[in-house]
Write a protein that binds this ligand. Structure first.
Ligand SMILES: [Fe+2]
Length: 401
């Protein structure tokens, strides 16, 4: 896709005078984070028909922006983040939304960060500006009649799994990636996010294809769990959300912790029952929406499956709150992880919708789930890390009232 980078050895330093306009970056080595360098390549978040959010991290506080234009030509544009009239600056985690984009159009972009060496009320000192390589993305097109996506789950701090599982896809095109929880064992630091998710994902897709990421029960643990939302941005910037792509209306749920809130391990710091109850109220409204009702397929993505996942509290609470709504409003498929045992569970007593569970995280148990749909049918394929297809499911579009 693009230049292969070692995260400690990629930096493009160009003089401040060349900050305007597209200039091919010259990559030179950087020995330590004492230098003004990118700690990550850019990664795409919150894909919308008319907007795309681009995130990246630098070693030094910076003022950052994105330069972009349509691939077919046209005006060169620049976007920066502005909050309450202030251009965001002197930060290391950069999140900039490109707005007023056209649906279904491919854009070329690079990210730019100007080091801020001193930031005083009436005086600032700027250093070098660094530029990323150029990348491309295509905005979703609401008039598209097809969708193709990849789903990873239960990676559990094994960053090599991303590339190994992605190889199973070969060169088959896809629109976006969904991370269905438990990418980590627990949250400790920004470095963990970089090394175990952002870096491996940008190496294989995330600078040019967006990913969406819902928490599993392991993303709720550890001192850095409080900061996840600083690094990832889902649709409408929400932890649970919905979006339509082609014939599929997707609903992504955050299933929270799996143990009871008063479990001794949480020391009184968990309140997931209330969180899920509020989520269920949102879900009922969501399933009554025009886009949910009119879609050919309604697919729910949630880390903890409501069945086939034991009888711990998280599973049972999800079953109690969400499954009756899935039944009432005709959800066509639920895709989960959590159990580490992959399987396709057809409609049966207890649930009239199929539940697909991806495996992980150890070699031999890992899976890549591929979902493709057009207006007539939805096809899901689950590939084990051996390359064998271990699950398939086909849905035919139902006529809706
Ligand atoms: Fe889990």
């Amino acid at each position: 896709m693009t230049t292969k980078l070692n995260r400690r050895a990629f930096v493009s330093v160009i003089s401040k005078s060349s900050a305007i306009g597209f200039i091919a970056p010259a990559w030179i080595g950087a020995e330590s984070q004492a230098n003004h360098v990118f700690l990550t390549k850019p990664y795409l978040q919150n894909p919308m028909a008319n907007a795309m959010t681009i995130c990246w991290i630098t070693a030094k506080p910076s003022h950052s922006w994105v330069e972009f234009q349509e691939v077919k030509g046209g005006e060169q544009r620049k976007a920066q983040a502005v909050v309450l009239g202030l251009v965001v600056a002197n930060n290391t985690m950069h999140r900039i939304t490109l707005r007023n984009l056209k649906p279904g159009v491919t854009y070329r972009y690079r990210v730019c960060s100007r080091e801020i060496q001193m930031f005083k009320p009436y005086e600032k000192t700027f250093g070098e500006t660094i530029f990323s390589d150029f990348y491309q993305f295509t905005t979703p097109d609401p008039s598209n009649r097809e969708v193709s996506m990849l789903i990873f789950n239960d990676i559990h701090d094994r960053p090599l799994s991303f590339g190994q599982l992605m190889k199973l896809n070969g060169t088959d095109p896809f629109d976006f990636v969904f991370l269905n929880g438990d990418m980590f064992d627990y949250q400790e630091s920004e470095q963990q996010l970089i090394d175990h998710l952002i870096q491996p994902c940008t190496e294989i897709f995330a600078s040019e294809k967006p990913f969406l990421f819902v928490r599993g029960n392991h993303e709720t643990r550890g001192k850095f769990a409080y900061h996840l939302a600083d690094y990832f941005e889902n649709i409408n910037n929400q932890p649970y959300f919905s979006f339509t792509r082609g014939p599929v209306h997707f609903i992504a749920l955050d299933t929270g912790e799996d143990k009871v809130d008063d479990d001794v391990e949480y020391d009184g710091l968990a309140a997931f029952d209330v969180f899920r109850e509020e989520e269920a109220r949102w879900l009922e409204t969501e399933l009554q929406s025009k886009s949910a009702k009119e879609a050919a397929f309604r697919v729910v993505l949630m880390h903890i499956p409501p069945f086939h996942s034991g009888d711990w509290h998280g599973t049972m609470h999800c079953r109690k709150l969400f499954s009756p709504l899935f039944e009432k409003y005709g959800v066509d498929m639920v895709i989960s992880g959590h159990t580490h045992r992959y399987g396709v569970h057809k409609p049966q007593e207890g649930h009239s919708y199929p539940i697909i569970i991806g495996g992980g995280p150890k070699e031999g148990n890992r899976t890549l789930i591929k979902l493709k749909a057009n207006e007539r049918e939805l096809n899901l394929s689950m590939l084990a890390d051996t390359g064998t297809e271990v699950g398939i499911y086909r849905l035919v579009a139902r006529k809706r009232k």
